[in-house]
Ligand binder design. Structure first.
Ligand code: DO4
Ligand code: MG
Length: 290
């Protein structure tokens, strides 16, 4: 796959109904109006990029909608969302510091053949661009985790990439690793968007991830890392996700965080989290207490 990366999105136009489109710098080409299928069917095609080109060749007059006239939705239909963890050295060391109780577990899983993979969200619970992301009311140390997310079809083939925010309660995870599902999966704990970039692993490996957290108009935290620092290949992560599992609609897998704010930092209601990933775009969400 060469040339510009095609970016597929879900969006709501004036009538509020979910549609599928191609996301450009200034707007969206409405594939649904051109008779295109749902995102899941496009991703299931052997050649999603070719399928989109065929749809647009057939209907060259497909509506072009300015970005300001649409609301981007999370690029997920019926796909479960899972997450890999401790795939960056930075994540391993931060978690070992956070909990002497569980330090060996993080140390071991970083180097083990089997990666850490956990369930993150049902599709209908995912926040899209502009939607709130949550911090738990019973947590005292909450952080965003900006992550590259892999988009698989039902056969386990990697079809594209999006941005994921694996919102986490570090105090709850640090108290006892058995509390991980509570630290990771709660209302508004997962955001995805703004689109699915149909790129290759080689292209994605050259991308950087940046995060900025705004508080009362100023930057409260900013950080960056490179996708190339992920210690495992995407094929490896995908093959573990699909072991003894079936995902009839495909699945989304977050690949772990490599950016950890200083220990004194915790998110607050009203903060705004902006994650940028080269080749995909920007995912921006306000923080609420849930
Ligand atoms: O084991 C805890 C979760 C790890 C994680 O979410 C990450 O490294 O991103
Ligand atoms: Mg994570």
């Amino acid at each position: 796959m060469t040339g510009p990366v095609l970016r597929l999105c879900r969006f709501a136009a004036a009538d509020g109904a979910a549609r599928v489109g191609v996301l450009h710098e200034a707007g969206v080409t409405d594939l649904t109006a051109a008779g295109g299928p749902r995102l899941t069917e496009i991703l299931a095609d052997r050649d999603p990029q070719g399928l989109v080109a065929t749809i647009l060749d057939r209907v060259p007059s497909a509506p072009q909608l300015p970005l300001a006239s649409v609301r981007l939705l999370a690029p997920v239909e019926h796909q479960e969302v899972w997450a890999a963890g401790v795939t960056y050295l930075r994540s391993k060391s931060a978690r070992m510091e956070e909990s002497s109780f569980s330090a060996t577990a993080y140390d071991r899983v970083y180097a083990a053949a089997r990666p850490e993979i956990f369930f993150k969200s049902l599709p209908h619970k995912v926040s899209g661009p502009g939607d709130p992301v949550g911090i738990r009311a019973d947590a005292t140390w909450s952080v965003p985790e900006p992550e590259l997310a892999l988009v698989f079809d039902a056969t386990g083939a990697l079809k594209g990439f999006t941005i994921g925010n694996d919102m986490s309660s570090r105090d709850i995870e640090g108290e006892n690793l058995l509390y991980l599902p509570q630290a990771k999966t709660y209302r508004h704990s997962c955001a995805l968007g703004p689109c699915i970039a149909l790129a290759t692993e080689a292209q994605a490996r050259s991308w950087s991830i940046r995060i900025r957290i705004e508080r009362e108009g100023a930057t409260a935290f900013a950080g960056a890392t490179e996708v190339a620092r992920i210690v495992r290949t995407f094929g490896e992560l995908g093959s573990w996700l699909f072991r003894s599992q079936s995902f009839p609609h495909g699945a989304i897998l977050l690949t772990g965080t490599g950016i950890v704010p200083p220990d004194a930092f915790s998110l607050r209601a009203g903060d705004v989290v902006t994650i940028e990933l080269d080749g995909i775009g920007t995912l921006r969400n306000p923080v609420v207490v849930v």
